[in-house]
Ligand binder design. Structure first.
Ligand code: NI
Length: 192
């Protein structure tokens, strides 16, 4: 296993459409995924797509840990918000609800920045795992967000291209100040 170099915004590998994987069970795909997992954990990311490590193939990995689920939802609902580390090859997304929600995103290929990105809130994704088995899951919230973000990488799209207002593209170090200002505004609204 090895920690791989991560391509940064501007490299052509990030803006091309990745190729489907003919055989998800091939040893080179298994080796690629092992390196991607090590790279993602080392970089403390929630997901990683193969083009981010200069491999233009339709492979993504991601996770949505329980602490990302909203507070106060019941167990059945929380299930859709949470997912253990998943390997998805040749993924497809089917959107289930028209509604979109904005949320902060970052990307290992766009280091140091965060952006407010609208994403669909509810979807089903399908793809194959490393044993060639079919994976089909329903996803909501952060789980749905991370899947959309990673699958976009396979079509050459980075999150800033999904943003509706680039005034919401900010440095990581300013997120705290930005959120404090937002909370203050909400409070003023409530007090008025
Ligand atoms: Ni990304």
């Amino acid at each position: 296993m090895a920690i791989l170099k991560i391509a940064r915004m501007g490299h052509p590998v990030l803006s091309r459409v990745a190729e489907p994987v003919a055989d998800p069970t091939a040893p080179e795909i298994r080796a690629l995924v092992a390196d991607m997992i090590e790279t993602m954990i080392d970089a403390n990311g929630a997901g990683l797509a193969a083009p981010q490590v200069y491999v233009p193939k339709r492979v993504v990995i991601f996770q949505a840990p329980p602490e990302r689920a909203p507070e106060g939802i019941d167990e059945a609902e929380a299930f859709d918000h949470t997912v253990a580390l998943t390997v998805l090859i040749n993924p497809e997304i089917e959107v289930l609800a028209d509604g979109m929600e904005t949320g902060w995103e970052g990307c290992l290929s766009v280091p140091g920045l965060r952006g407010l990105v609208p994403r669909y809130t509810e979807l089903v994704y399908r793809g194959q795992g490393l044993d060639g088995e079919t994976i089909e899951r329903r996803a909501r919230g952060f789980h749905a967000r991370v899947v959309q973000h990673e699958c976009d990488h396979l079509d050459g799209i980075l999150y800033p291209q999904r943003m509706s207002d680039l005034a919401d593209l900010i440095f990581e170090s300013e997120v705290r100040a930005r959120m404090a200002a937002e909370a203050e505004r909400q409070k003023e609204k409530a007090d008025a």
